[in-house]
Design a protein around this ligand. Structure first.
Ligand code: IYR
Length: 228
């Protein structure tokens, strides 16, 4: 059944915890340091991960703010080996058109070169879970009309960020993978036409011998601009 939520909300008190300044800084620093250790991973272990961990990450994602509180996201969980194989084969076919078929424009190819990515996406089969996030462009009403969603990209992007942070908190790794075009995910995940594939997340433990590029992050002075 399709449920539409077009009503007004009662307002209730909200009193988030206020901490002394040293405690605020301690907590902020702790969170930053944790997030600073996160890396996108392309080499995964096939060790099983409890389904509940992934469920918790989706619960965290589902707390994200969204335009008009429309929560325009869906997270499809794939744990079945056969389905993972189908996803891998379809993703690699698209990526071969990108890399070997010359579909990636030269400047994009150049930007990716230092990461040494290729069309080989073996990790899509190695991981215990694939999570495909879909963005709901609109919600179909029972009368056949469409209830438009607002700020879909912003909302789903924030939810995915929270999903990634939640996985990292649990010691799990992922990759923000977008094997464009991603229409094959609509088909494999059997999603309706009001949903668009947004990000394909392989989820698991990093492999014991995983390597990541030795990147540095932009210094604060480059990303934080203070108005006089
Ligand atoms: N989707 C392609 C290309 C790619 C794009 C970005 I942005 C990356 O950070 C890495 C790869 C692929 O996954 O190979």
């Amino acid at each position: 059944m399709i449920v539409t939520r077009e009503h007004s909300y009662p307002f209730i008190p909200y009193r988030p915890e206020r901490y002394p300044e040293d405690e605020m800084l301690r907590r902020g620093r702790g969170f930053y340091e944790l997030m600073d250790q996160r890396r996108s991973v392309r080499f995964f272990s096939d060790d099983p991960v409890p389904r509940e961990c992934v469920e918790l990450a989706v619960r965290a994602a589902n707390t994200a703010p969204s335009g008009a509180h429309q929560q325009p996201w869906k997270f499809v969980l794939i744990g079945d080996a056969e389905t993972k194989k189908r996803v891998r084969e379809a993703a690699e076919a698209e990526e071969r058109r990108n890399y070997e078929g010359g579909r990636l424009p030269p400047d994009w190819r150049e930007a990716l070169a230092p990461l040494e990515t290729t069309s080989d996406k073996a990790y899509l089969e190695t991981v215990p879970w694939l999570v495909v996030c879909f963005a709901e462009k609109y919600e179909p009403r029972l009368d056949g009309t469409k209830r438009k969603h607002y700020y879909v990209n912003e909302s789903v992007g924030i939810a995915c960020g929270m999903f990634i942070a939640a996985l990292h908190t649990m010691g799990l790794s992922t990759l923000t993978h977008t094997p464009n075009p991603m229409a094959f995910l609509t088909e494999i995940c059997e999603r309706p036409s009001n949903e668009r594939p947004y990000i394909l997340f392989p989820v698991g433990y990093a492999a014991d011998d995983a390597e990541v590029p030795d990147l540095t992050r932009k210094p604060l002075s480059e990303v934080l601009i203070e108005m006089p």
